[in-house]
Write a protein that binds this ligand. Sequence first.
Ligand SMILES: Nc1ncnc2c1ncn2[C@@H]1O[C@H](COP(=O)(O)OP(=O)(O)OP(=O)(O)O)[C@@H](O)[C@H]1O
Ligand SMILES: [Mg+2]
Length: 496
Amino acid sequence: MTRKVLVVDDDAAILEVLAMRLGAMGFDVTPVGEPRRALDVAAAQRFDLALIDLRMGPMDGVQLMEALHAQQRRLPVLIMTAHGTIDNAVQAVRRGAFDYLTKPFVRDELRTKIERALTTRRWARDRERLLTVGQTLASSGIMERVLDSVAQATVEATEAERCVVFQLERGRLVPMASAGSPPPSWEALEAAAATAMEKGVPITSSAGGDGEVGTIVAAPLVVQRGPTGALVIETPTRVEPTEDDLELLALFSSQAAIAVRNTHELERLRSGALAALGRMATQVAHEIKNPLAGLRLYARHLEQRLSRAGDTEGQELASKIAAGVEHLADVVAEITAFGRPPELHRAPTNVHTLLDECLELAAARFDTTALEVVRGWDPTCPEALMLDARELRKAFLNLIVNAFEALGGSGRLGLMTSYATDSGTITVTIEDTGAGMSDETISRAFDLFYTTKPDGTGLGMSIARSVVQLHGGELTLQSRLGHGTRVQVRLPVVAP
Ligand SMILES: Nc1ncnc2c1ncn2[C@@H]1O[C@H](COP(=O)(O)OP(=O)(O)OP(=O)(O)O)[C@@H](O)[C@H]1O
Ligand SMILES: [Mg+2]
């Protein structure tokens, strides 16, 4: 967008030269030779910047600036002054000018000061927009999404080259979300994040790089007791952020922090409610378990009798009843098992064999002819890990079945492992190019009985997660509607 610059000078020659030079820099210039007319012009349209000569009559530059500011509070003004009248120029800055320019103009000075004035203004202009964006952020329930929108909104609002949100995870700063172009180096950004967290206030540092010196600004993300991360932006040009800018970033990062805290809170509430619901479900399941076993038996009896009597229609009906009861019994068995987390029986287990087995079991239930199934086993992964194979089989099977279900017969299923010696963990990735999940489903996938499938019970994900957590591990979920899903299971390695 072409930026509009108002130039006011009662010296026609200077006005003409300036208009030419600014025009050559790509600005849309409105030259005005008379201060009072400048007010009319500015009332009719908004400008991005004003260059005003200090010495004019009948109204001098400072008076004109103040009158313009009365119309447009944030209009950045550069006051032009001849050598020797610097004192007045300084005075003008005190009264609200962004900066001053001395005549005759030095080419670079003109360009730099104009650019700075424009950049600063952009930040200030977006202040209010930021606030609104920040508030809406707090309503989403999914952490990754929240942080993504924080990063995105920050880049849009500040027109920074990039924004990265760091979070402290197990004592390390991890980039959780980013927007804008990918950084040439993470180190400077990470260092800025660390300093901001340490100091507890926004900080500015220079980005360095090949001759072109940019600026990095970082604001700590303070959640409850202390900083849990930082919001970092990088601008390609040298911008001197003002107090205002830093405050703005702090404001934004505090919005992000609120969002993070809300998400934590929501998770806590959810798991509390879930625990209660889980207890109730187990009791109910327990109550219906015995009658169900009876029903199953009667249905089978009936089926046999009708078969002997040659009543095939009746026999079919009885068999349907039996199948229905069978299904109910399975559900009940799962619920009761879920209610009491089992003791783990760890034994030397080969994860790859286990996964192969689960894949085979799951694949047997689906038509896989049009599916591409890719396995990538990490050869450095230890042969035998102390895991509860029985429990983990349940978890992996559920996840793989979900993937097959999401694929609906076509696409790609990937099963990968990777072993990290330093952290002593093995990560199993199960990803599909299937239906993906909506935001609502992502946030509820682990809720007991949450299902989007006509025949689903909505237990698979909760079972998988509870098994993984029992192993001291972590299950994470990434999904995009229409694109696919990736589930990662990270298990700490316990040597035999
Ligand atoms: N790989 C996946 N792709 C898309 N959606 C998924 C995937 N895995 C889980 N989901 C969503 O999460 C919901 C909950 O999954 P979960 O495994 O807990 O239950 P379910 O598959 O519906 O039923 P079941 O108890 O039979 O497994 C699913 O209904 C589905 O909407
Ligand atoms: Mg499932």
